[in-house]
Ligand binder design. Sequence first.
Ligand code: NAP
Length: 251
Amino acid sequence: MTTTALITGANKGIGFATARLLGARGWTVLVGARDEGRGRDAENDLIARGTDARYVRLDVTDEQSVAEAARWIETEIGRLDVLVNNAGIAGGWAGKPSETSVAALRTVYETNVFGVVAVTNAMLPLLRRAPAGRIVNLSSELGSITETMNPKSPMFAIASLAYPSSKTALNMITAMYAKELSDTPIKVNAANPGYCATDLNRNSGFRSAQEGAEVAVHLATLPADGPTGTFWGYIWTADSGEGGGNGQIAW
Ligand code: NAP
């Protein structure tokens, strides 16, 4: 049986690059996408590269879609080795706290926070059937309170609510799942891809989507003695500039 990974929001950006990298390892890649046209395009692109890719309709904010995706995977594959909770939106991430409406906050949380919980809970029964389940949550250094409050960090200049706080919540969610699952083979970690050029930031990032995806792949392929409940990925400091490496990020 091949290793199977579900990646949410796999039709573009870091999610698609993650699908490409895992597919190149010979894995079966389930291309989660909310739009069928975009999902099928990504599926076909991956198939043309020799990957066993299968489109799965999955809108992480739609509980029915999440339940149907889990049922489909159970019928077609019977288990899930890796879940990459990648789907995310920026919302008004640059808006000041005092100018952020609760509605705007709620919209971002629906995808970045509640969507992750909905998908994780739906997929956990399938992950428990895998010999070495892995869950990777795409977080951000903007979710690190330590970094955003560090005057020496490039993140210090940011003062906005929706996106950063959604990733802070995701970090705690990662830690809590890791604790609950600590007596199982399943490892749950948060990934910081770094500032990557994707549609999320109008392609302003200084890293490529592939470099960001390599962080997710590292956590998706951790060995049995690898860590769980950690925040790992690109370290961006004032000193490192755009030439930092990967490592442990402070929550
Ligand atoms: P992106 O290019 O905008 O891709 C986001 C993906 O999420 C798209 O496939 C999008 O689908 C999907 N998506 C959004 N809402 C969804 C929903 N309700 N259900 C299912 N899929 C949904 O962004 P990206 O930069 O690759 O971001 C991927 C992840 O990395 C996000 O969680 C982001 O917060 C995180 N991240 C990115 C950066 C960065 O610098 N780029 C840095 C740190 C963290 P559609 O095409 O249908 O919209």
